[in-house]
Write a protein that binds this ligand. Sequence first.
Ligand code: AMP
Length: 227
Amino acid sequence: MPESVKGGLVLILFGAPGSGKGTQARLLQEKLQLPHIATGDMLRERMRRADEQGERIRGLLEAGNLVTDDLITEMLAERTAEADCSRGFLLDGYPRTVAQAEWIFQCLAGRGMGWVVIHLKVDYNEIIRRLAGRRTCVRCGPVFHQANQPPVYGSGGELCGKCGTSLIVREDDREGVIRHRLAAYDESTKPVLDWMTAQGVPFREVDGAGQSPEEIAQRIVAGAKFA
Ligand code: AMP
């Protein structure tokens, strides 16, 4: 494990796809001044290099399957060894399996870092509604929603309100794939909650629906004793 990260605080945002981990991480990044490490974004970036590994990652993501623990853990170990993570970071999308949970908590303890785990709970019907309406800007990053955060409508169709680029529907935000991602969550990721309970790793449940993203972020910060 890289030795360059000592001390600091890691906020782990845990929850099903579409539970708002990315939205919360983007809001909390500003409040806490910590970098946002999203494993899904790291994989999508890697996938754009259309080499053999990139194509393998694309196949897994577009089908709604998880990539292997070894691959994602190696990428995460490298990323979090960078200097901007030395005060801590916001982790969005990891751990997604018990093996990943075992690795991350051992790794953080070894680095002398503290952590807070937030479980964002959202009903699956709401998740399907959110993901199926989601539109993403591949150029500058923000996520829009047909109903909640509408894009700009122009001659090029749905456009990013920030940079004007045409928005896309992620391949894995199509309804059949969403259901597959939720099944993968039930099978591989939900058991992490039982594992944390059995290991005595505390986590806090936050209702991820019914309030605005800003209100949810405030609740996370207020309850998390970051001082
Ligand atoms: P996300 O953007 O977090 O919804 O992640 C998109 C996709 O990337 C997931 O559906 C998985 O295929 C893959 N992925 C992201 N994080 C992980 C992880 N920690 N372990 C395995 N696969 C992951």
